[in-house]
Design a protein. Structure first.
Length: 133
């Protein structure tokens, strides 16, 4: 009897975990447009596709030769955080937007370099996951 009770408890716990994960995934998939910053709003699909789409949005919004000051102000305005904004001439910067939830760790990472005139010389971006339940 004790063995059956323990197996039943384990199965019940597994069912609850599966339901919790499905509810979380459903919630995340159902987020309304506009609840995320413009650079990441509406990114869906496989991780590689989302990353490529994010990089394309980033480069379209901030082409090479753009002002590094305006670029970093836009990132900060969209919620990106950085320990090194890299806006000084001939500097390098990076920033991260954490969009994690209770199901997955995920977010957008950006790296750039600035030329001697204070303009974007190099720009890379990716949307990545850090792990999911």
């Amino acid at each position: 009897v004790m063995y059956r009770l323990r197996v039943g408890q384990i199965i019940g716990a597994l069912v609850l975990c599966i339901l919790a994960v499905n509810v979380g995934v459903y919630y995340e998939a159902g987020r309304k447009a506009g609840e995320r910053p413009p650079l990441t709003d509406g990114l869906t699909g496989k991780w590689g596709t989302m990353s490529a789409d994010f990089a394309a949005r980033l480069k379209q919004a901030h082409p090479f030769g753009s002002s590094a000051t305006a670029f970093t102000a836009d990132l900060a305005g969209q919620g990106f955080k950085s320990k090194n904004w890299g806006i000084a001439p001939a500097s390098v910067g990076e920033a991260y937007l954490d969009e994690s939830n209770w199901v997955c760790r995920q977010g957008a990472a950006v790296r750039w370099s600035v030329d001697g005139a204070g303009r974007l010389a190099k720009l890379e971006g990716e949307y990545r996951k850090g792990g999911c339940l």
